[in-house]
Ligand binder design. Structure first.
Ligand code: ADP
Ligand code: GN1
Ligand code: MG
Length: 373
């Protein structure tokens, strides 16, 4: 099957006429589709490197979308997630086997379609404080609204996704393999400072995971990939339209949803900035976001609130470890734009984590002031 045939398997409003690569995601392949009637859709080929069981993943997304839609209808409010567009066979995805793809010189894999959110903007960095505040409301509300979702029905789409202890285990394994592989060994040498940096922090990186396992920190239904570009704002009002990229909605820690947003949105430079002197955590944006998150994420415990700064540091360090691991593994997981991209991303995340460490006390003060503690 070629892309147009794949698209014809979905219940679009008319014949698809164009399909072009779109967006800045690191995991799935995303395409913007237009139909004869001028309607736009998003087609995605899901990453099989990241997601080993797409049917289960789509079951999660359908369940979440139905649940939030019913809630919004009951409350007379707009729903902030987009449901999958169904196929003619009443499925939420199409699976093209390698054989079928080869026969047509097309793409294999799992494909899904959603409506394109018209009149929306997707930001790589906040253009104003208000944009970032909206992002806090988006993810804080998302967690709140899913507080009564039957978490036991969710599949773990990526096992141990934010288990930092397990991320270190994979890092160690990959490091040993790379050292003994003539092709990868030079990468170990190139990353020796970053390897030393993450090893020094191995113990502290696992503290939140221990608190989760002991039950001190509650497990909630969380988004787990809360980058600013996973939120769509209304182009005119700049208010929340949709939370997207629901592939990793699973039981997790609120601290990581909070922290990942700070990591990406309160950083003074892009995630892959090469000039590390530009990489800092902006404390004003930190404050704006924290205010919105505490206001909208109902029922945060005192310990969750106290650990918010540590959530930001841990998730930043964890992503540094993930980029480093992928670099040592030969760049298999994250889409890269040039050789060395993952190592640059790793360096920038570690610089950001270091800056957060130096601002720990100021961050705590901000959190205390906002929470009245
Ligand atoms: P990835 O997992 O690769 O990050 P996403 O689902 O986040 O994939 O999609 C990648 C990008 O495509 C988003 O950051 C956004 O810019 C765009 N996008 C995805 N879905 C939609 C949609 N329904 N409407 C408009 N833009 C979208
Ligand atoms: C990936 O899919 P995307 O680009 O929104 C990754 C996140 C990382 C992020 C770093 C499923 O997010 O965990 O934090 O890149 N998603 C997955 O930019 O691994
Ligand atoms: Mg995304």
């Amino acid at each position: 099957m070629n892309t147009m045939d794949i698209l014809r398997s979905f219940l679009l409003d008319s014949e698809p006429v164009s399909c072009e690569p779109y967006g800045n995601g690191h995991i799935n392949s995303t395409f913007l589709v237009q139909t004869q009637k001028g309607t736009r859709y998003i087609l995605q080929r899901l990453s099989e490197e990241a997601f080993k069981n797409v049917p289960e993943l789509m079951e999660n997304i359908s369940g979440i979308a139905q649940f939030l839609d019913a809630k919004a209808k009951a409350e007379g409010t707009p729903c902030h997630v987009l449901p999958p567009v169904m196929t003619v066979d009443k499925e939420t995805y199409v699976h093209v086997t390698e054989d079928a793809a080869q026969a047509e010189d097309g793409l294999s894999g799992y494909f899904r379609v959603t409506q394109f959110a018209e009149n929306s903007i997707c930001l790589e960095k906040p253009e104003s404080e208000e944009d970032f505040y909206q992002c806090a409301i988006a993810f804080g509300t998302f967690i709140s609204e899913l507080a009564d979702y039957p978490a036991e029905t969710l599949h773990e789409t990526i096992p141990n996704f934010h288990n930092t202890v397990d991320r270190y285990r994979i890092f160690h394994e990959t490091l040993e393999r790379a050292k003994n592989d003539p092709e990868l060994a030079p990468r170990v040498e190139e990353a020796k400072d970053e390897i030393a940096f993450v090893l020094e922090r191995e113990h502290s990186a696992g503290v939140l995971q221990e608190m989760r396992e002991s039950g001190e920190l509650p497990t909630r239904v969380t988004h787990n990939d809360t980058k600013l570009n996973n939120v769509l704002l209304d182009k005119d009002t700049r208010q929340l339209l949709y939370v997207i990229d629901l592939d990793t909605v699973m039981p997790g820690l609120s601290l990581y949803d909070y922290g990942d947003c700070i990591r990406f949105g309160a950083a003074t430079a892009p995630e892959d900035e090469k000039d590390l002197s530009k990489v800092h955590c902006d404390l004003h944006l930190f404050e704006v976001f924290t205010k919105g998150f505490i206001e909208s994420c109902k029922g945060l415990t005192d310990l969750e609130i106290e650990m918010l700064p540590e959530g930001a540091r841990t998730i930043t360090l964890e992503l540094g470890v993930r980029f480093l691991t992928d670099w040592l593994d030969g760049d298999k997981y994250f889409a890269t734009k040039y050789p060395g991209h993952n190592l640059d991303r790793c360096k920038s995340q570690l610089a950001l984590a270091l800056d957060m460490e130096s601002k720990k006390e100021q961050m705590k003060e901000i959190v205390n002031e906002l929470s009245g503690h």
